[in-house]
Design a protein around this ligand. Sequence first.
Ligand code: ZN
Length: 179
Amino acid sequence: MKPDDMVVMNLEGKIVEGDYKPSVDLASHLELYKGFSDIEGVVHTHSHYATCFAQACRNIECMGTTHADFCWKDVPVTDILTDDEVREDYEKNIGLSIVRKVKESGRTEKECPAGLAANHGPFAWGETVEKAVENAVVLEEVAKMALNTLVLSEKNVMSQFLMEKHFRRKHGEKAYYGQ
Ligand SMILES: [Zn+2]
């Protein structure tokens, strides 16, 4: 597949440019763009470790500063889709379930830059396409660390205070993090 083979779509799901059919996951991506007004990139992968958490229907808890630099609190997993949600508008319902989970947690798309579709895999987003790719890569590393941490310690021993400190020094109005 070459860059020229990519299909350009609008938010209504109509083809703007290109000769091929769009990805089957288009409807999931559209719901994320509609639900999160500040993003311009969505990346969906089946990266190994993040997908393991999605398959286990487990949030990725924040257990260290690598995670806290990236995401405020856990990376949430969606509720398991009902048979009706799978039967009708399946891909759209995946996107809706992710947006719902992030909003229910009271976080913005910047505070929570990724989510896990239950039984399926991770979605990451960002204010640019490049940032969304970076977030997908960081998510996978965070998931790998989390799984290995759970092997060593079943209990999450990171304090909420340290988690807050790390996220807020890098993101938001009072950020002071350098390069
Ligand atoms: Zn997928």
